[in-house]
Write a protein that binds this ligand. Structure first.
Ligand code: SF4
Length: 424
């Protein structure tokens, strides 16, 4: 097929959303058009995720739903789940084409060649090309892909198998994309990747140099780093952020466990002392920064005592929010050889305790910010007569709906009425 209406369904991380947006523009340039509201699509593309079992399950459920809702559409499945379980997905009823993590960037070509029912999946071990992507036109806040893949092979993680070796774009190309965002009327960029701190591994360029170049982009108002590994978050990057007008006081740092023993089981490349030092450094130079932390509950080998160590360590940190993930067995990962699986009931109980701890810290962080001045970028999301946005330090806020405020920056004195309690 060389034309028709397309529809994307994206699961997972900001990287996937940036790539779906990029692929959509690629299809438009190739003669397709985005299906309008209520228009029956000719081709549906699912961009899948495989970070957990639940993500795989959501992918399968979405395949069944899309097939039910659009029985005549050509159904393409791509993304990380497709990369790792391509044959399994290709055998599912109603799936016409499966494209691997890098093969998806030739989507328009494969559609025009009428290829069907043969998974096209390149081997990630030899995957070197870096394909840039940016979520233009789809959002008020732009996801800009700067890096892909990972060489770390943490024992619980399937991402290196799904996305290949660490590689990144060139600083000049990324800065050019940032200028295009400004020309498009964009005010905020979120730098995204799999392991952003590993930027430049294949090019010899440095992340800090990219940050300085982006900091000088005229017309841009805000930049966020979506996530960065603690051992790659240098004091230089923290201090740079503190001195920058564009880089927001917002850090998302994967800890995964507050127990040094469990960090070793996970093959993580730091200990709790290093992690605590990073938090301390941020608090010294950016006392109001929003710090989000990823943590896994119920990792294989995590005893009840290990969990208590982890909980105690995390409780003592000055963070705003935890992203809690119950450990999920991933095929092919080293963790499967680790003794001591945690029973589901116990894993759930640990997850709930961490979620409760996160709620306490979030409430305390927001309370401490009440009465202070913050700049908000209002987005297009509308619900119950409100408009929503994020403060500079990543507090979700709302205001009575006013279309003229969409994509506008506004200084506010944060008060209780502003706080959007998990509304959108
Ligand atoms: S750093 Fe570890 S957890 Fe993160 S993508 Fe790489 S292997 Fe996975």
């Amino acid at each position: 097929m060389k034309s028709g209406a397309y529809q994307f369904h994206t699961l997972g991380c900001k990287l996937n959303f940036a790539e779906s947006s990029f692929l959509g523009r690629q299809l438009t340039e190739a003669g397709f058009h985005k299906a309008a509201e209520g228009e029956e699509p000719d081709v549906c593309i699912i961009n899948s995720c495989t970070v957990t079992d639940t993500a795989d399950k959501k992918g399968r459920q979405l395949i069944h739903r899309i097939r039910r809702e659009h029985p005549d559409a050509f159904l393409v499945v791509t993304g990380c789940y497709a990369q790792l379980r391509g044959d399994e997905i290709a055998a599912m009823d109603g799936v016409d084409l499966v494209l691997g993590a890098n093969d998806k960037f030739k989507l328009a070509d494969y559609l025009s060649q009428n290829i069907a029912h043969q998974p096209v999946i390149s081997d990630t071990r030899h995957m070197t090309p870096f394909f840039g992507a940016c979520s233009k036109e789809d959002r008020t806040r732009y996801f800009l892909k700067i890096q892909d893949g990972c060489d770390c092979f943490c024992s619980y993680c399937a991402i290196p198998f799904a996305r290949g070796r660490s590689r990144s774009g060139r600083i000049d190309d990324i800065v050019r994309s940032a200028h295009e965002v400004v020309e498009n009327g964009g005010k905020e960029i979120i730098l995204t990747g799999v392991n952003i701190g590993d930027f430049g591994k294949n090019t010899g360029e440095r992340l800090i140099d990219l940050l300085h170049r982006l900091d000088a982009v005229e017309g841009l108002h805000r930049i966020r780093i979506s996530s960065i590994e603690p051992d790659l978050l240098t004091d230089e990057i923290i201090d740079f952020t503190a001195g920058s007008k564009l880089f927001m006081p917002h850090f998302h740092i994967p800890l995964q466990s507050g127990s040094d023993k469990v960090l070793r089981i996970m093959h993580r490349r730091y200990d709790t002392a290093l992690f605590a030092a990073k938090i301390h450094r941020i608090r010294q130079v950016l006392p109001n920064a929003f710090i989000g932390i990823d943590i896994i509950a119920g990792m294989r080998g995590e005893t009840a005592a290990d969990f208590e160590d982890s909980y105690r360590f995390v409780s003592g940190l000055e963070f705003a929010q935890l992203h809690v993930f119950p450990y999920s067995e991933r095929a092919g990962t080293a963790a499967l050889r680790q003794e001591g699986p945690v029973p589901e009931k116990e894993k759930k109980a640990r997850t709930v305790r961490l979620i409760e701890l996160s709620a306490q810290h979030k409430a305390a962080f927001v309370q401490a910010q009440t009465g202070t001045r913050h700049e908000v970028l209002w987005e297009a999301s509308r619900k119950r007569g409100f408009l929503f946005g994020f403060t500079d330090n990543y507090i979700r806020v709302r205001t009575p709906y006013d279309a003229s405020k969409i994509n506008q920056l506004e200084e506010i004195t944060l008060n209780e009425e502003h706080i959007a309690h998990d509304e959108v």
